[in-house]
Design a protein around this ligand. Structure first.
Ligand SMILES: Nc1ncnc2c1ncn2[C@@H]1O[C@H](COP(=O)(O)OP(=O)(O)O)[C@@H](O)[C@H]1O
Ligand SMILES: CC(C)(COP(=O)(O)O)[C@@H](O)C(=O)NCCC(=O)O
Length: 310
């Protein structure tokens, strides 16, 4: 059976990188990578640079098509940003991927303005999740205000001068009251989150018929075996116990006093009861909707890249 995908082993993918002047020094890479994520300058050169060049190619053609379509229609709407979705499990390293792409794309010709938002800002506040009995479903599609997220992306994509988004804090484990993120006419918008590749839930009465993924011009799914991601999640949980959980404002400060065994048990429980079911039932089924799948092996290293060729 023919496949819409072409899969490249890492070295073949790395060989596609064209001569360019885009570099990220180790200080920048260290600043951008997530807790416990070993991504380094070599990964940037071998994996993220060719990806940036492919995205730039898509963006150039997107802008040209948009301009020519507008000429054909005799309309002159506001410039529209190129929108990129970054999806994948909790703890798979989406934020590292999204932040690296933001920095690399800023260095592409014309130095575009690249903004990044994470969808956690569109989670319902804990008070609403509690009222609906779904606090233990944080990260599941129904825990987000999908209408507000869609409205946000449509407004930015429509070229609105100023668009705001709510923000989430992992420390307080809730939406931060009165703290908004302001986006002002970016050339590129990256939307990172667990469920950004979800299709519209048209079957639901009153369903929007549209989802944020309908406005993506390019998307990346960060993929790894669930057993490996579970290990990364628990390792990160132990690291957070020694750092972020000690913050007096941390929702998880009770975890800061746990022994290693207790923390492994508690982290494993969160993974097994919340994040693993969400991965299996909601996130992983959206993988094939991505333009590119970055496939990691158990040590976090990206070993192959799958690209939708049609
Ligand atoms: N409880 C927490 N306290 C502080 N930071 C956290 C906590 N959980 C996750 N983070 C941080 O939030 C970011 C997003 O995490 P996550 O949603 O698991 O996505 P990913 O690991 O794929 O980037 C990461 O940089 C992670 O280190
Ligand atoms: C905040 C998250 C839902 C991720 O949100 P995203 O920005 O990917 O939409 C996730 O990191 C999280 O905290 N999940 C809840 C389960 C847990 O405590 O790990």
């Amino acid at each position: 059976m023919s496949s819409p995908w072409v899969t490249l082993a890492r070295q073949d993918w790395a060989d596609l990188a064209r001569d360019g002047h885009i570099r990220l020094d180790s200080t920048t890479v260290n600043r951008l990578r997530g807790l416990g994520d070993p991504t380094d300058e070599r990964d940037v050169a071998e994996v993220y640079l060719p990806l940036t060049q492919l995205i730039h190619l898509h963006r150039m053609h997107h802008d040209q098509l948009y301009a020519e379509s507008n000429d054909f229609l005799h309309i002159s709407p506001s410039p529209t940003p190129f929108v990129i979705g970054v999806a994948g499990s909790v703890a798979v390293g989406k934020s590292t991927t999204a932040r690296l792409l933001q920095e690399l794309l800023r260095r592409t010709p014309g130095n575009p303005k690249v903004e990044l938002i994470t969808t956690d800002g569109f989670l319902y506040p804990n008070a609403v999740l509690i009222e609906r009995g779904i606090l233990d479903k944080k990260g599941f599609p129904e825990s987000y205000d999908r209408r507000a997220l869609l409205d946000f992306v449509v407004a930015v994509k429509s070229g609105a001068a100023t668009v705001t988004a709510p923000t989430y804090s992992h420390v307080i484990y809730d939406i931060v009251p009165d703290k908004l993120l302001t986006i002002e006419r970016p050339d590129i918008l990256i939307v990172e989150g667990l469920n950004v590749l979800q299709p519209a839930h048209v079957a639901r009465p009153g369903g929007a018929g549209l989802a944020v993924s309908d406005f993506f011009d390019f998307s990346v799914y960060v993929d790894a075996d669930a057993a490996a991601i579970r290990d990364w999640f628990i390792t990160r949980f132990l690291a957070l116990r020694d750092t972020a959980f000690r913050d007096p404002d941390s929702y998880f400060r009770a975890y800061a006093r746990m022994t290693d065994d207790e923390a492994v048990e508690a982290g494993g429980h969160v993974w097994d009861t919340i994040n693993a079911p969400n991965l299996v039932h909601n996130i992983e089924p959206t993988k094939d909707r991505a333009t590119v799948i970055l496939r990691k092996c158990a040590n976090h290293v990206i070993h192959s890249v799958q690209i939708r060729k049609i």
